[in-house]
Write a protein that binds this ligand. Structure first.
Ligand SMILES: Cc1ncc(COP(=O)(O)O)c(C=O)c1O
Length: 433
């Protein structure tokens, strides 16, 4: 089975006169790691951010598709072009889904189904929002570290990406305040356009922004929105994959006028990334501009996926699948935490995520986890991969990323491979402590 492509990590010089945008598009270092895993089947990859193959809803999708195509009217609508903003019935259902997750009636929810857009993965919506707001030299504030695919794209847009520290309760509001105050003193507050936060089981650390911190974050953003509104992109990609307790309400709950928060979610993690369908509830003043930009690019995301996902939600297939995933991933997380406890030497610490797909490992500062460092080669020779932590930090011109951390994912490998992968990793680490 082909599950990837060979990638040598080099960007080939082009005989074409590439645009500035193409030339500044960041190469994703993680593609190299993924290709390495494909090329070497003995390798246990704790690097890939993909979901569990065996937990994908194969039978459910076959049945949903069969039912959908058996209804000629529905089938013809689904196989036709849809609308730029997405299938309205799905948008209405997703609006209710967001309200239910926040524990409120849809009537009490800020916004409306009309301000909810369905996109080609949440990645497309992240990109659209950046395109709507960012000129070169504008500032985006995010966590330190953060979801590097998006922060890399922001850098390619010419944004100055600034990082604010996280602790076990998520991003630290006092630091956000201090950074905005410093930018104000420098006369650069007008360049701050976006605060981007992965608020549930963050990629890469697994940390969640605590409910108690959310009002403070919103107060700060509102206070510094002086000449224009600062947009808060709340990327809740892993919200449904919560294994312990109830996930806290979204930042949107603290933005009752819906002036600042774009709340983004996706079907990729809780159902299937192959359907590549994400969505977001935007402040209404951004909706028309976002739809226009999207219309000029694709005039609609995959319509068949949208019809299928609506059926999945209406029939309860989606909710049952999420329940199953929670049990599967909770077990895999426990296996990883247990293996770390068993094998890692003193001086190594890690996060204990209540959901998502990632554990963040901190090694002694003397151990360099980067691709050029000795640990990386040792890991490869022992047959295990993790993501070097430095890849996960935004390109903040004022800060230097630490080089002694690593992102581990329990998404793809089975329980036996997680155990063996962590054992190999610990063996590699022990040769360097
Ligand atoms: C934090 C975060 N946001 C967004 C995405 C994009 O996912 P998709 O475009 O498949 O919805 C990912 C994918 O890994 C992610 O980790």
């Amino acid at each position: 089975m082909i599950r990837g492509r060979r990638y040598d990590g080099n960007v080939k010089p082009s005989v074409f006169a590439l645009s500035h945008r193409a030339r500044s598009a960041a190469d994703q270092p993680i593609s190299y790691l993924m290709a390495e895993a494909v090329a070497n089947p003995r390798l246990i990859s704790l690097a890939a951010g993909l979901v569990d193959y065996d937990a994908l809803p194969v039978d459910e999708t076959a049945e949903l598709l069969r039912d959908l195509l058996a209804d000629t009217d529905r089938a013809q609508t689904a196989l036709q072009y849809g609308t730029t903003e997405g299938f309205i019935e799905l948008r209405q259902t997703l609006f209710q889904h967001l309200a239910a997750q926040d524990g409120v009636d849809p009537e009490a929810m800020p916004g409306s189904p009309e301000s909810l857009l369905v996109t080609t993965g949440s990645q497309q919506l992240l990109h659209l929002l950046a395109d709507l707001l960012i000129d070169p030299g504008d500032i985006v504030i995010t966590a330190w570290p953060s979801y590097f695919v998006f922060t890399g794209a922001l850098t390619a847009f010419g944004a100055e990406v600034r990082g604010v520290d996280l602790d076990e309760h998520g991003v630290i509001p006092e630091q956000l305040d201090a950074l905005l105050a410093a930018l104000q003193r420098e006369g650069r507050l007008d360049r701050v356009k976006v605060v981007y936060l992965v608020t549930y089981h963050q990629n890469p650390t697994g940390l969640t922004l605590a409910a108690e911190r959310k009002p403070a974050v919103m107060d700060i953003v509102k206070r510094y929105s002086i000449r224009h509104r600062i947009l808060v992109i709340e990327d809740a990609a892993y919200r449904e994959l919560t294994y312990e307790g109830e996930p806290p309400p979204s930042l949107l709950r603290h933005d009752p006028e819906h002036q600042h928060v774009a709340l983004l979610q996706t079907f990729s993690k809780p159902f299937s990334p192959g359907l590549k369908t994400g969505y977001g509830l935007l402040p209404r003043e951004l909706v028309d501009a976002a739809v226009m930009l999207k219309g000029g690019r694709d005039f609609g995301s995959n319509n068949l996926s949208q019809h299928l996902l609506l059926r999945a939600m209406q029939t309860g297939v989606f909710a049952r699948h999420v329940e199953r995933l929670r049990r599967t991933y909770a077990r895999k997380r426990d296996v990883m935490l247990d293996a770390l406890e068993t094998h890692m030497p003193d001086g190594v610490t890690w996060t204990r995520p209540g959901g998502g797909l990632y554990v963040w490992l901190r090694l002694p500062e003397s151990i360099d986890t980067s691709r050029g460092g000795p640990l990386f080669q040792r890991k490869l020779s022992l047959g295990v991969l993790g993501v070097p932590g430095a890849y996960c930090y935004p390109n903040d011109p004022t800060r230097t990323p630490p080089t002694h951390e690593m992102r581990l994912s329990f998404g793809v490998p089975g329980e036996a491979d997680i155990r063996e992968g962590v054992r190999r990793l610990a063996e590699a680490v022990k040769t360097h402590v």
